[in-house]
Structures are given as C-alpha cells and as structure tokens.
Ligand binder design. Structure first.
Ligand SMILES: CC(C)(COP(=O)(O)OP(=O)(O)OC[C@H]1O[C@@H](n2cnc3c(N)ncnc32)[C@H](O)[C@@H]1OP(=O)(O)O)[C@@H](O)C(=O)NCCC(=O)NCCS
Length: 186
C-alpha cells in the first residue's frame, strides 16, 4: 500500500482527505459545486462522515491508491483533489487523476499537484510508472500533465463511451527513469 501522503509544494498542501474536511465539503455539496471533489466523493452530506473516516483510508490500506485533498497554502481552502487508482503493485503502475475548483483554475495548481504526486508515487510510493488517460479534447488536463513532466505515449482511439459518443483518450506517463534523468530520484 501507499504510505500516508503529506506533500507540500510552492502553493499547495496535499494530504489524504479526513474528517476535518467535512464542513467545507458539505458546503460544496450544498452549493451544488463538485468541481473540487473526486467522483467517488458521496453526493450527500449524510454520507460524508463515513467516507472521510473510513472509505478514503480503506482505499489506501487495501492498496488501491490514494485520495488527496488539494489545500491552497495561502488560504487553507480546498481548491481541488488529486488521486492515484488502478494500482498494479506487480507492474509498479498506477493511474493519476485530478480536478481543480472552477474558480481556481488557470493558476497552475493542477500542474503543481500532478508533478508533486507523480514524483511522490515514483519515490515514496514505490511505483515505476504513473499514467494518465485524458480525452484528446481535454486541453487543460493535457496541458497541465505536459507541464508537470508527463510524456505523451499515444492515443487510444474510441476507448471511452459516454454521452452516447465514443471518445479518443490520450495516454501520458511519468516513469521512474524520468526522475533519474532529471536527477530527482532517491
Ligand atoms: C484539468 C484541470 C484539472 C486543470 O486545472 P488547472 O489548475 O486550471 O490547470 P493549470 O493551471 O495547472 O494548467 C492548465 C493549462 O491549460 C491551459 N488551458 C486551459 N484551458 C484551455 C483551453 N481551452 N485551450 C488551451 N489551453 C487551455 C491553461 O492556459 C494552462 O496552460 P498554460 O499555463 O500553459 O497557460 C481543470 O480544468 C479541471 O478540474 N477540469 C475538470 C476535471 C478534469 O478534466 N480533470 C482531468 C481529468 S483527466
């Protein structure tokens, strides 16, 4: 399993979601704003305590991955989330995903978080490969990943079916030798 994460970057603090996040997340749900929240976050405030106290940690303890909250250092506010999932411990690979609150986009937060969590997974997390799948039309996600140091590998054509349409997915990755090349590996 991954160790508990506490990652500090220039503008952000990244750590596992926990009970202290209940009030701000409940406020997001009440406002109908899920833009900072991972898709697995419950839809109702009543389900939050169990999710924050148990389910989030179970995901890590079971070896599935991590759900990290993105906190803005200057305000302490939740500005997004980033996670690792679909972990294959034998291959040493996992999938990264991220989202940033709509009113905080364009400030480089996704880039900063993806770089930090990618490096963390490849060092503290013991992974060899962190991959990202994003729709070829999701320019912001692809741009953030590129700036974070993920390299394009190709396109999975018509790999996703949603909203009655097939979508091409770009595949990008950061691998452990990328860090060695950059002189940042352990
Ligand atoms: C993708 C997402 C996380 C990016 O977050 P962010 O904090 O705004 O990203 P960053 O500021 O680090 O970088 C975004 C880059 O994309 C660029 N960008 C954003 N929208 C763009 C567009 N429509 N066309 C071209 N470039 C665009 C920004 O200008 C910036 O690049 P730059 O610094 O070179 O100017 C955010 O848009 C989001 O949460 N989207 C919805 C969820 C999602 O798609 N997650 C990814 C799933 S794979």
């Amino acid at each position: 399993m991954f160790p508990p994460a506490k990652i500090v970057t220039g503008s952000l603090e990244l750590r596992e979601f926990g009970p202290q996040d209940e009030t701000p997340i409940a406020a997001f749900l009440a406002a109908g704003d899920r833009t900072a929240l991972p898709p697995v976050c419950p839809a109702t405030a009543a389900e939050l305590p169990g999710w924050l106290a148990e389910t989030v940690h179970r995901h890590r303890l079971d070896g599935g991955g991590v759900h990290l909250v993105m906190l803005e250092s200057s305000t302490g506010e939740i500005v997004g989330s980033i996670g690792l999932r679909d972990t294959d411990w034998e291959a040493g690979s996992c999938e990264i995903g991220y989202m940033v609150r709509a009113d905080r986009r364009g400030r480089g937060y996704a880039t900063e978080a993806a770089r930090a969590v990618g490096c963390w997974a490849l060092t503290e997390g013991g992974m060899r490969r962190v991959q990202l799948h994003a729709r070829t039309g999701n320019v912001a996600s692809l741009r953030a990943a590129e700036k974070a140091g993920f390299q394009h590998e190709g396109t999975l054509r018509m790999a996703e079916w949603e909203d009655e349409a097939a979508h091409d997915l770009a595949v990008l990755s950061m691998i452990v030798t990328d860090l060695e090349a950059a002189g940042t590996a352990r």
